[in-house]
Write a protein that binds this ligand. Structure first.
Ligand code: CTP
Ligand code: MG
Length: 380
């Protein structure tokens, strides 16, 4: 069964305040929308993610989703249901997971339950019991509402795509706030699966504070290190930090021999305890002969992010008598940031000689050392 996640992010976030629409505000340095997309994209059942944005939000959305595979952004409408309909009109899959961008943290266990339920039902939604007493109020309290049998309904909600489309085609009521009501009105059954407090929607200003605290308790800083050496052989130029650097000698290696990218790739893999570059790209595999090392780096970044980690910073020291690194430093930082989906401030490149000592000093090759700082631990 092919599953597409449809994330609606076209709202204005008026109740949350804070200037920017809430889906573009930052939580632990990352936009809410990015968290939401990642938490769905990394689930093995989800083949594609599409995002519905408001008109005029293109730039905000591009910045928030930089480097993520979400296809073309879809333009939403005035009400949430209009945005959902706009998305349904363009996606193609057996099943769809409709999700609010304003719910940034979706545990994989909820997705497991939703997808499993689709085998027996046209739709499924995560629900939580109501803990507090419920009552009507208008300044003062009016009659209590019996909470027995009541639940709070969250997203993502899973549907067979054809069922949800048919149900929306038949819907004639006022704009619904979720899809379960639409499906039920069309006479179809929606399974209730266990929801999760992590899925609480960001609606009001205080919800952001709560989410920050929730995150802080789940992410631990981790550091990885990487080291690589390549020998000089033949003529230059050479690849360093993803940039072609003029030099009389080139570096030999199975790929493009970019020691800087190799060291950074290993540092990132190390930080997430995901083995090393040789494990993922064995030199014995002809696929990597002459490969651009940017491919290794972008793959490592993808693996680390799929593990639920945030990359904070990478720092690399190039150990070489020549060429001079200074004139190329910012080009390398820019290129590495581009490949890794980071900002240039998160990438540092330094260089040193070894005062003529050792293999680097004898100009036999170039070495590079890197460290990567990440935060990891959320949503296993
Ligand atoms: N949404 C949407 N299109 C709309 C309205 C809402 O895609 N026309 C999305 C929001 O971006 C959010 C989700 O639907 O991810 C849930 O809606 P809600 O919490 O009401 O968000 P907003 O409408 O943005 O907030 P508010 O109602 O406070 O303005
Ligand atoms: Mg709204």
């Amino acid at each position: 069964m092919s599953v597409t996640a449809l994330i609606v992010a076209a709202g204005k976030g008026e109740r949350a305040g804070g200037g920017l629409p809430k889906q573009y505000r930052l939580l632990a340095g990352r936009p809410v929308l990015r968290w939401a997309v990642e938490s769905l994209a990394r689930h093995p059942s989800v083949q594609a993610v599409r995002v519905v944005i408001g008109s005029g939000q293109q730039e905000l959305a591009n910045a928030a989703l930089n480097g993520m595979a979400v296809g073309e952004l879809i333009e939403g409408g005035a009400e949430r249901a209009d945005s959902v309909r706009a998305g349904l009109a363009v996606i193609d899959a057996d099943a769809v997971l409709v999700h609010d961008a304003a719910r940034p943290f979706c545990p994989g266990s909820v997705l497991d339950r939703l997808v499993a339920s689709l085998e027996f039902h046209e739709g499924a939604a995560p629900v939580l019991p109501v803990g507090d007493t419920l009552a009507r109020a208008d300044g003062t309290l009016d009659e209590a509402v019996d909470r027995n049998g009541l639940v709070r309904v969250q997203t993502p909600q899973a549907f067979r795509l054809s069922s949800l489309k048919a149900a929306y085609d038949r819907w004639s009521g006022p704009s619904p706030t979720d899809e379960t009501s639409v499906l039920r009105a069309a006479g179809m059954k929606v399974a209730a699966v266990e929801g999760d407090p992590a899925l609480e929607k960001l609606t009001r200003p205080a919800d952001f504070e709560r989410a920050e605290q929730w995150l802080a308790g789940r992410l631990a800083p981790r550091t990885g290190m990487g080291f690589d050496v390549h020998a000089f052989a033949g003529e230059g130029p050479l690849m360093l930090g993803g940039v072609e650097v003029p030099h009389e000698r080139g570096l030999s290696g199975h790929s493009d021999a970019d020691v800087v990218l190799h060291a950074i790739t290993d540092a990132l893999l190390g930080a997430a305890a995901l083995a090393d570059i040789g494990e993922h790209f064995p030199p014995s595999d002809p696929r990597w002969k002459g490969a651009p090392s940017s491919l290794f780096l972008s793959h490592a970044v993808e693996l680390v992010r799929r593990r639920g980690a945030i990359i904070d910073h990478v720092d690399c020291t190039i150990i070489a008598e020549a060429p001079k690194v200074g004139p190329h430093r910012d080009a390398m930082r820019r290129r590495i940031a581009e490949v890794a989906g980071l900002s240039i401030e998160q990438v540092s490149i330094k260089a040193t000689t070894t005062e003529g000592l050792g293999f680097a000093g004898r100009r036999e090759g170039i070495a590079a050392q890197a460290v990567a700082s990440i935060r990891m631990g959320i949503l296993k």
